[in-house]
Write a protein of this length. Sequence first.
Length: 335
Amino acid sequence: MNRTEEPLAGHAPHRHPVDTEGREDRRDRQDDARMERVTFTSRGVPLAAHLRLPPGFEAGRRHTALVCVHPGNGVKEQTAGIYARHMAERGHVTLVFDASHQGESGGEPRHLEDPGTRVEDIRSAVDFLTTLPFVDEERIGVLGVCAGGGYAVNAALSEHRIRAVGTVVPVNIGRARRAGGSPVALLEEAGRRRTAEARGGGPELTTWLPEDLGGPAEAGITDVDLIEAIDYYLTPRGGHPRSANRLAHRSLAPLLAFDAYHLVEELLDRPLQVVVGDRAGSFGSHQEGHELFARARGPKDLLVVEGASHYDLYDRPAHVDRAVEALTAFYARHL
């Protein structure tokens, strides 16, 4: 299929030159799934994305499709891209994108993590897929990792073009932020900082993870999730130049007020697959995965991967393979 000169129907995707230094691009050339760089818009902001086509792709046939959603502090080349690649190899068209204000996508201020915007990005990704003549609009699912899993659930509450919801180590990012200190005090501080910005101060940035520690052990960090988050994002294991460990301070107020699972009992009638590890840490995906599963009222399945931590399910092949096996069976049943 040649789409170099002809834009996808309904959109005019901008195509980027292949980054020969990008690990994901080098890996794509060795995969069975075919990848194209595309751009779509969300609230007028251009979002950079990777569109993968499954082996045996036929332009004249309508395929199932998955929107893949990355964690907070992530980009499309990391764990969401790994799952997008695996699911494409198993027969789905997949679309993984950088959130607004992050990665290669547009949007100012940079490094903003706004839940409303993140959920709208998912809706816009569904919009984009519905314009592709080879996608079956009745068989579009979503697959989110970590905070991306929480956003995927939240989008599916009211976006019923999403037919099935897969989550890997899902985190309700609002709950996680509220657990990090006094929410009221944090909101007061957020207001003061936003006032300073309104009066001419530059956008203030904080970090997702502590830096310059000399190592978690030396810093007295013992929580498995925090140790492995540092190992994933801040080392060559999973680090990426565009995953900058920066968070716009004005993100804190909307994050603190967000509940990804509000109204799940009433509105989530979509089939749900939850995948968690059995090694629980402070980020809460083990507990929240069980809670989400218990609260959901539609068709649902829960996989607990033995011996896996939150971040093992980001990229450790043996654990990712277990998750992909369950997700493959889940989407085969429901898409």
